[in-house]
Design a protein around this ligand. Sequence first.
Ligand code: SAH
Length: 351
Amino acid sequence: MTTGTKATTERRVNLYGMGLEELTAFVQELGEPAYRARQLMEWLYQHHVTDFHAMTNLPKALRHTLAERATAEAPTVAHVQVSTDGTRKYLLRVFDGDTVEAVLIPEGERLTACLSSQIGCGIGCRFCATALMGLTRNLAPGEIVGQLAAIQQESGRRVTNVVMMGMGEPLANYTSVMRALRLMNHPLGFGLGARRLTISTVGIVPRIRDLARENLQVGLAVSLHAADDETRDLLVPINRRYPIAELMAAVRDYIEQTHRRVTFEYVLLRGVNDSPADARKLAKLLEGLLCHVNLIPFNPVPETGFERPEAAVIKRFQEELTSRGIPATVRRSRGSDIDAACGQLRRRQPV
Ligand code: SAH
């Protein structure tokens, strides 16, 4: 019977990361009523209980069957670093033993979790630390929502906002990211309002169009970084495939369909894209659009060779935009002392 037991173990399915539909199908296959799936949702995502034997409102026999047939494996915290500004950077172990980073950013009442969508990234933006890793693989839905769960467990606090701005390109892992976001949004899941969830993308045009058709009101942030193709080609190589005009057309359609204000991220690199003329070009490109610009002064990644502009240059750039009616804010760098700021995630912490 040893081989039989082994085969059963191998067939055990990981329920963590499944949504209501998948869990319902699973419990019905076991001959259980559909409401068991709702109970499982609550245990897994609201109470962060992954031991079936501790799920006290399920019949004992069912708990036993679940333990035999399934697992509920969520990512675990391997290491935490705390910044002087209260930002916490997490190294999390995912299903195959590999690791990803996620960041928790407290800002008054707001507690934002910055989550990863992939292990590494394959896009290759010239100024980003994650790009130096290359792409290992996509994360599964459970590995994405599990980052949120692990962070809440470790910090003992409830996250109020989620931004998919950690490692990876969320729209290059579209299906899993959407499943994860729906679980975060679901009332039996993490119960976060869709408006508190944001996807940041380098600009994968067909997926922006797909996102516009989802009936989930998540926020969209687009990493623009330059207002002309010549500069953007150099900084964000995928611009050769999806140049600015195509990207802007997709964003315009997105706004028309969702009526949501889109954020444009713009990393400020000294002498590259930070001149008043660059700002005016950007203002012209965004004219009349329901949008907001988030300027991100470059966070140091020494290998890239880029530098951050002087404070006065950053201020001038912002003023060129706002004086032309384009709302623009400067993103405060959070957690840069522990390499947790935008573009600095690359798993350098000790394990
Ligand atoms: N791949 C997605 C999600 C990453 S979000 C995207 O490109 O939008 C992280 C944000 O930080 C992006 O806007 C990214 O371009 C920016 N970023 C990358 N490296 C940076 C750095 N060194 N300093 C400041 N911002 C950086």
